[in-house]
Design a protein around this ligand. Structure first.
Ligand code: SAH
Length: 464
């Protein structure tokens, strides 16, 4: 290992920065954030940097660097634009035994300044040394997206409760067991989801009892997985999926998304094919409660958005009744994913000022659609679950006054590699579909916006 990573409490101590431009400024910001006093030495120093130095109770010296500038410094940063002065600084610092970092010159530096992810008091640093700043920033951005901003609040808890807990549990190992249990409990997710009041209350109680074993562990996450392309999941959805012990899914969830679940998570198929109900809704409800009660984190993955034709509300009924913690994570709904990946905007200044999501699925003996209400000028209609009843839908719309030449498109397996788009008019689409093999799931988009196809078409995956 090239470096020893450490956290250095530098508050109140002097640090030297040579250079007066952007490089120096960005180093100075870091030192300022850590509470160091700044001495900035450079022929010309930009205003912001000078202001920052003043703010740290430091000083600005407007001339070339001299080796005596190192006196009293615990750290030196070379951020001159030219190589020569940086080299001089590095040599002087080495002789003086002062740690030195020269920006982007690891070979001149005894110290690497990492990229950081700041969830104070939690601090994650990324050192790349010779591999350079681009990789460092890239990794930082990746890691950052995994740590919700509120993690800092969770990280502050052990410090906050330390004295009270230590009075109850003097033994360090016992306290560590306590906190490990807290991290596994639903307290963390509640904090991250902003339910800080109830999270703290639970923690208060656990501290008072000096026992975290009874903290609720079980929770239910109802997560919208989007229309199929795994990249369309939300950060939160993915994070919850990855921490689930049990994943309940149906056939709309592709294997690539299930593969995000952690090793060892149990995957339970609760899907239903049309007319083949493999698990009635009630049983899914019961399963969610059953697993959560045993202390498991249960992720119910739904295609698209759980609250759009997803029966998300119904699935949560018993969970809510049982007083189990739950979260709902929105997803990109099929209308949105399919239209975007087909290159058909759902609204457009010249064609549609509103958009309506309609279910084409008809319960036997269920109510007819309100056809007249569906025929509005400048409105896009998106039918979900409409493949089987497409002829009826087209017929109903035309009979009630829709122009048979209204543009219409069917998007099959939208956002997946196997996506197919069939474009025509509402009059012809049923015949076009009847003549070819179409794979579910599909949405049907009807309205003037469809004539924009294929102007904005961008998505095409080469078949394997
Ligand atoms: N909650 C989901 C909808 C569930 S109903 C959402 O918000 O998208 C199931 C219907 O969604 C399917 O019959 C189909 O009409 C539509 N659907 C879901 N995924 C789709 C996809 N990848 N391509 C086309 N249609 C899709």
């Amino acid at each position: 290992m090239e470096y020893l990573p450490v956290g250095w409490r530098i508050r109140g101590q002097w640090a030297l920065v040579t250079g007066g431009g952007e490089l120096a400024l960005s180093a100075a910001r870091r030192l300022h954030a850590a509470g160091a006093r700044l001495r900035v030495v450079a022929l010309s120093v930009n205003e912001e940097l000078a202001g920052l130095a003043a703010h740290t109770n430091g000083d600005v010296v407007r001339r070339k660097y001299r080796s005596t500038d190192l006196e009293g410094m615990v750290l030196a940063i070379g951020a001159e634009d030219d190589a020569a002065p940086n080299q001089t600084l590095a040599r002087d610092a080495e002789m003086a035994g002062c740690p030195v970092h020269v920006v982007d010159r690891p070979e001149l530096s005894s110290l690497d300044l990492p990229a950081i992810i700041d969830r104070d008091p939690l601090l994650i640093s990324v050192h790349t040394g010779e591999a350079g700043p681009v990789l460092r920033e890239w990794i930082r951005a990746q890691v950052q997206s995994w740590l919700p901003a509120r993690w800092g609040r969770v990280a502050r808890l052990p410090g906050e409760f330390h004295d009270r807990l230590a009075a109850k549990l003097p033994e360090r190992a016992a306290r560590q067991r306590f906190w490990r249990r807290v991290l596994d409990s639903s307290v963390v997710e509640q904090m991250l989801a902003g339910k800080e009041g109830s999270a703290r209350q639970q923690l208060e109680d656990a501290v008072a009892r000096a026992d975290a074993e009874n903290l609720a562990g079980g929770e239910v996450y109802l997560v919208g997985a989007g229309p199929g392309d795994p990249d369309l999941m939300t950060f939160r959805g993915l994070r919850l999926l990855q921490q689930a012990d049990i994943v309940l899914h149906d056939r709309l969830i592709p294997d690539e998304i299930l593969a995000f679940a952690r090793d060892g998570a149990e995957k339970v198929y609760v899907g239903k094919a049309r007319d083949k109900h493999s698990l009635p809704q009630d049983n899914i409800n019961d399963l969610l409660v059953h697993y959560a009660r045993q202390g498991f984190k249960v992720c119910r993955l739904k295609g698209g958005d759980p609250f759009i034709f997803g029966r998300g509300g119904e699935e949560l009924e018993k969970v809510a009744e049982a007083g189990i913690d739950f979260q709902v994570v929105p997803g990109i709904t099929a209308a949105s994913g399919c239209s975007t990946y087909a290159g058909i905007p759902l609204t457009h200044r010249d064609h549609a000022q509103s958009v309506r999501f309609v279910t084409g699925h008809r319960k036997k003996g269920g109510a007819e659609l309100d056809w007249a209400a569906l025929i509005q000028p400048a409105e896009t209609l998106v039918f979900y679950m409409g493949l089987v009843s497409l002829p009826d839908i087209a017929d109903g719309l035309i009979r009630n006054g829709m122009d048979a030449n209204t543009p219409a498109a069917l998007v099959s397996r939208g956002t997946l590699d196997s996506q197919e788009v069939v474009v025509g008019t509402i009059g012809e689409l049923p015949d076009q579909i009847a003549r070819r093999e179409i794979h579910a799931p599909t949405v049907i988009i009807i309205g003037g916006v469809v004539q924009l196809y294929p102007r904005y078409q961008w998505f095409q995956r080469d078949p394997d």
